[in-house]
Design a protein around this ligand. Structure first.
Ligand SMILES: CC(C)(COP(=O)(O)OP(=O)(O)OC[C@H]1O[C@@H](n2cnc3c(N)ncnc32)[C@H](O)[C@@H]1OP(=O)(O)O)[C@@H](O)C(=O)NCCC(=O)NCCS
Length: 182
């Protein structure tokens, strides 16, 4: 359960939050990362604050044909295991559901994959079966000097991680155990 002092807000990241998140994402092999400019420009962001301090974010992106990719969720190490990750995912999911979007997710984080299953996503390690919208978008996502650099830098660590799996939900309902985002 999310403690009372934690809020989740649907808003853009502040420049300082974008800078913090950019640096933090370098620490995980589970997310290749985003530039500060990309993070600052993202509109579909759920931001968690704990007692007013930036605690994490979920980043969603609209793809063609009605798909939304919940592309990343990150909770700062000091705030983990407090329910914030679940809260962010639930808020991002419900926001997409309220806009009648289909939802796509890709993760190698076991806790996140458990969450994806709980939402009724069709889970598969065969990324080739991803919706066409994902295939069209993926090359654009990877055409980034920052992510190319990061994929080399993180390559050893990535090899030790569990396989990437995708979750596909064509007709999502509101999340299981969701919280309301402001
Ligand atoms: C994944 C992450 C977002 C989880 O955030 P969090 O705030 O610690 O998660 P929560 O406290 O909401 O816990 C969510 C669930 O995951 C489980 N969990 C979280 N971290 C775990 C860990 N290290 N080992 C085992 N289970 C874990 C919790 O027990 C909880 O399970 P429950 O729903 O059955 O109670 C956070 O660990 C993180 O930012 N990791 C680095 C980035 C990353 O891997 N992001 C996901 C890739 S998109």
């Amino acid at each position: 359960m999310i403690p009372a002092a934690v809020t989740i807000t649907h808003r853009k990241l502040t420049p300082r939050e974008a800078q913090i998140l950019h640096e933090e994402l370098k620490s995980t092999p589970n997310i290749l990362g985003f530039t500060v400019r990309e993070l600052s420009n993202m509109r579909d962001v759920h931001v968690a604050e704990a007692d007013g301090a930036f605690a994490g974010a979920a980043l969603s992106m609209d793809l063609p044909f009605g798909w939304t990719d919940i592309a990343a969720v990150y909770v700062l190490p000091d705030f983990r295991r407090l329910g914030i990750g679940n809260g962010l995912l639930g808020a991002a999911w419900d926001c997409a559901v309220d806009r009648n979007r289909r939802i796509y997710m890709l993760s190698r984080n076991a806790a996140v994959v458990v969450w994806m299953r709980a939402q009724g996503m069709v889970i598969s390690k065969y990324i080739v079966t991803a919706p066409l919208a994902v295939h069209l978008w993926m090359p654009m996502y990877m055409t980034s000097w920052h992510r190319t650099k990061e994929s080399f830098r993180k390559s050893r660590e990535i090899q030790k991680c569990p396989e990437l799996v995708q979750g596909v939900c064509k007709n999502p309902r509101r999340s299981v155990g969701s919280v309301e985002a402001r």
